[in-house]
Design a protein around this ligand. Structure first.
Ligand SMILES: Nc1ncnc2c1ncn2[C@@H]1O[C@H](COP(=O)(O)OP(=O)(O)O)[C@@H](O)[C@H]1O
Ligand SMILES: O=C(O)C1=C[C@@H](OP(=O)(O)O)[C@@H](O)[C@H](O)C1
Length: 690
């Protein structure tokens, strides 16, 4: 979101894959069945966090100077468990912070270990790792290094232990099986970590959420924009995966209607949530509706059924869902207990009235709102049923009356006469999609329909968006943006504004219909005097590529560096995670090179070489950035045909020069430059120095 920002220079040293902020150092303990990938995940996470990695199985073998299989064969399981427990206890005691600890699969067999894990959970993180049963059992069948269990099969041990892992953990993580190149037992090779990149990215999403570094929440009321969620009404969420790109268009959040799923088994649910997360970055709302509430979950009739619901909702917290919906009619103790343990999960307290027996103008509706607030919900959701069109007006008046209360309200009317209330509701409006099996509530409309109504009723004003630049006829931006607008039902347009003279843009910038612009050469710097604010990134990079009108004027930002940063982080494996010896090579010393240096600085790369046709320009740029942060060591590389003067070879090589010449038909604006790379720059070890 663009906003006027302070002139404070951004700090460096952002961990390469984790993000900045309140990085808590409490150690992470990984538990789970044999072969699910605890050691592998500990290696990936430890490297990316820059934390120590401890594998308890490896410690055992080191201490006993014998393989676990040989030890168990010689002295039996009880003797093994005794020593394992001592090592486990010692490891947890001595490493409360800064370590990722992989436990042996049988650690939960002893009650004292389980008690220890539960105690550890209070100060650190105990994460239960899961993987597809078939894939793990296949691995176990093929592996020869495990001692056999005496009294049961792997499957029996699995089913029995799963309950114990769940009982002892703070969170659960599904490590989906990806094809990995083979490696010796209990080792994780660089090629494997690269193949396991999707696992790393799933795991860090969970970690960022748990630690509050990025809780992936929908921004409510961002400058008048509305937010939407789509209720997934499948009995198995994997049915949504092939259409996920289509159905996610325009929405901010998934609602997983858990009551409609074909099973409420905790492992099935863990895989359902993980599958959705694996394919979409949108946050998830976990909703359970009972039969009486219009859903499919059995009605609560006694203590046992309330207990089962409470367990299901607690499981949602364990899965780290971003939002949970709690009905006001759920037992009060269940509601309050969930609120007390919510961590970074947002609680939506909801009330549904299928008959429309409560009026929006009476006292009772206010009492319902207040009761939900008193229970500790973060957002109140009241769904009534419209009997007349006027009920929608009364709803909006009620919403206005509680607006200053502080707890956001999502209020809609069901039924055909209530449709307009769905359009007018500003936050988290439930929408349907034609590709879904059926709407989750009567009167639900799609995102596209909602935008069309907003436009036709004058509530969504058409805006004009532009690309400012010269010789831009080839740009794909109009096609991209206009396709998005028409697909989403938005009335806006995006067009090219092709000019060499920046003053030609003044009129467009002042026009009431101006919605925003992308900026390219030659205006990235010269546009700045026309703007009221520029972001702190722009101040360092010295170029604007995005203009957004905000209250109080025009704001300029630079998103080039973000794209470069994202691209780099996506391709860095934990094996070549950024350290103080990581080196980067940048070609070119123009505007894009500035954004590149900035992106490198933000991910913590301090050793940078710049090569440029004109040496002086590269030197000026290096000097300027070196002054920004004394830790930076940027130097000029005179020739591309010699190796870098320091080892290891560059982990990243970034070209900021045009791949082809750019002309405007008459004049060559930039030439095509052929840069030959020295073979030593392209180390087969990818900058890992080996
Ligand atoms: N997500 C995954 N996809 C594919 N293979 C995996 C995954 N996670 C782990 N593996 C592989 O499974 C095997 C067991 O992993 P390991 O980390 O040793 O498990 P654990 O420590 O839980 O016994 C290794 O061969 C590893 O490469
Ligand atoms: O399941 C078990 O009882 C065991 C699992 C192994 O650990 P991993 O799960 O780390 O492979 C290892 O501790 C030992 O073979 C016992």
């Amino acid at each position: 979101m663009l906003s006027p920002e302070s002139s404070k220079p951004p700090s460096r040293g952002e961990p390469a894959t984790y993000g900045q902020g309140s990085l808590r150092k409490a150690s992470i303990v990984l538990i789970g069945m044999r072969g699910v990938g605890k050691t592998t995940l500990a290696t990936i996470a430890g490297k990316a966090l820059g934390w120590g990695i401890i594998d308890i199985d490896a410690l055992f073998e080191k201490r006993e100077k014998q393989s676990i299989a040989a030890y168990v064969d010689e002295r039996g399981w009880d003797a093994f468990r005794k020593v394992e427990s001592e090592i486990f206890e010692e490891t947890l005691r001595e490493n409360p912070t800064g370590k990722v600890i992989a436990c042996g699969g049988g650690v939960v067999e002893l009650e004292r270990n389980r008690t220890r894990l539960k105690a550890f959970r209070e100060q650190g993180l105990v994460i239960h790792v899961l993987r597809e049963k078939n894939a793990v059992l296949k691995y176990l069948r093929e592996s020869t290094h495990f001692p056999p269990y005496f009294h049961e099969s792997s499957v029996e041990a699995w089913d029995r232990r799963e309950i114990l892992f769940r009982e002892c953990c703070s969170f659960e993580f599904v490590s989906f099986t990806v094809p990995v190149p083979p490696a010796p037992v209990d080792t994780v090779t660089p090629d494997q970590t690269l193949a396991l990149k999707p696992v790393e990215s799933d795991f860090f999403r969970l970690l960022r959420f748990i630690h509050g570094v990025d809780t992936n929440k929908v921004v409510l009321y961002p400058r008048g924009h509305r937010s939407y969620f789509l209720a997934l009404t499948f009995d198995d969420v994997r049915s949504a995966i092939p259409i996920i790109d289509d159905i996610s268009m325009g929405i901010d959040l998934w609602e997983l209607r858990v009551d409609l799923l074909k099973s409420y088994d905790p492992t099935f649910l863990a895989f359902q949530i993980a599958a959705l997360r694996h394919h979409s970055s949108l946050p998830i709302l976990f909703t359970v509706r009972t039969l009486r509430q219009g859903g499919k979950y059995p009605d609560l009739t006694d203590q046992a059924s309330s207990g089962a619901l409470a367990a299901l909702l607690h499981h949602a917290l364990r899965l780290g869902v971003e939002y949970i919906d709690l009905e006001l009619s759920f037992p009060k103790d269940v509601f309050l207990d969930l609120v007390a343990h919510k961590g970074n999960t947002t609680i939506i307290g909801s009330h549904h009235d299928w008959k429309g027996s409560i009026s929006w103008t009476g006292l009772e509706i206010r009492q319902i709102y207040d009761r939900i607030v008193r229970r500790g919900a973060d957002i109140v959701k009241i769904v009534n049923t419209a009997k007349s069109f006027e009920d929608n007006m009364n709803l909006r008046k009620f919403a206005a009356s509680v607006e200053r209360n502080g707890t956001p309200l999502l209020a809609i009317n069901m039924g055909s006469e209530g449709k307009i209330s769905r359009v007018l509701n500003p936050i988290l409006s439930p929408v349907s999609h034609p590709l879904l099996p059926n709407p989750s509530a009567p009167g639900q409309i799609s995102f596209f329909e909602s935008q069309t109504i907003l436009h036709l009723t004058g509530l969504l004003v058409p805006k004009k968006y532009y690309l400012f630049g010269s010789a831009i006829a080839h740009s794909m931006s109009p096609t991209l943006h206009n396709t998005a607008f028409s697909t989403l039902g938005l009335p806006h347009t995006y067009e090219l504004k092709d000019t060499q003279n920046v003053d030609d843009l003044a009129e467009v910038l002042k026009s009431a219909s101006f919605g925003g612009a992308s900026v390219t050469i030659p205006h990235k710097r010269t546009i700045m005097p026309f703007l009221n604010h520029v972001s702190r990134h722009v101040r360092v990079i010295g170029a604007v590529n995005t203009i957004v009108p905000i209250p109080g004027g025009l704001s300029g930002d630079n998103t080039d560096w973000r794209a470069i940063k994202t691209c780099l982080l996506r391709s860095l494996s934990p094996a070549n995670a950024v350290t103080s010896s990581t080196t980067a090579l940048v070609l070119g010393a123009g505007g894009m090179a500035r954004a590149t240096l900035y992106a490198l600085h933000r991910i913590g790369v301090i050793n940078i070489f710049i090569h440029n046709r004109t040496r002086e320009k590269a030197q000026l740029l290096a000097d300027e950035f070196n002054k920004l942060d004394p830790l930076l060591k940027i130097s000029v590389l005179d020739s591309m045909s010699v190796p870098l003067p320091i080892q290891p070879p560059p982990t990243m090589i970034l070209s900021t020069i045009p791949a082809t010449a750019i002309t405007d038909g008459t004049e060559t604006l930039t030439e095509e430059i052929d840069v030959g790379l020295c073979p030593e720059h392209l180390s087969p070890a990818g900058g890992r120095g080996s």
